[in-house]
Design a protein around this ligand. Sequence first.
Ligand code: GRG
Length: 290
Amino acid sequence: MGRDLKAAMADAGAMARQAIGMALADVGGEVAEAMRYATAGGKGFRAFLVSESARLHGFSDEVAGPVAGAIEAIHAYSLVHDDLPCMDDDDLRRGQPTVHRKWDEATAVLAGDGLQTVAYQLIAEAEDLTGDQKTALVSGLAKASGIHGMVGGQEMDIVAEKRSEPMSIDEITQLQAGKTGALITWSATVGPSLACSDPVPLKRYGDALGLAFQIADDLLDIEGDPSATGKAVGKDEGRGKATFVSLLGPDGAKRRASELVDTAIDALHSYDKNADLLRELARFAVERDR
Ligand code: GRG
């Protein structure tokens, strides 16, 4: 019998938290506490992608654990900083007060900074990775999370909010490919990165999955239930923010998301049944309620 996707995601999330927890084991104080707090309660979507992509290329969770910890640390940092008053100004994340609400802004800035750097520490200190594997992972993760990826996408978002003319669908696709997609694509390509094999199929999968995931996020912002999403909804519309839903309409956005799921699944054609959970993950990305 195949593995249950949600259980596998929860396991990958727990593995990532364990890796982060070990790196923070001897550290006391509020910033470290806030870092642990910020990594709790997520779906483990990116950790699962890392673990599954590694497994498909013959690497066990012994090898993938620190890498899963690294991506969830970067993801948690992005959420902590994104929630700050100078960014999205959110009070609730994963059903709990955001870090700056539970502590204060300075603690949230430092917790995000600490999570970002611990990600690279986890990869650099991983016992089961070779030097070449570490270099490839660190370089790819820095690009995906920095100005060439997530931070660049966030910058485009901020610039777009200040300008008067609405964004085009191409612009929003480019923005989201950076802001949300880059970490997802990096996670999906960890296996080929470790194996030095062709990353193209999983890159195509990750690119389509990332956009589908973001469209689902936009839909949850208008149709989601805050008790399930664990965060405020209706924020995009309230701010007049351009999203896939505002540009395509809810039905158009759902159609686009479904096409992207097909594209993601098609991209896996060279992988056998072993990739079935990745296929299921693509469907989950758009069917989720949180
Ligand atoms: C340096 C201030 C500063 C910012 C860095 C914060 C940032 C750049 C970019 C924002 C990136 C961001 C928050 C993108 C949204 C991605 C997204 C859809 C997150 C939700 O992911 P899920 O649903 O969350 O996987 P869980 O809680 O399940 O882990």
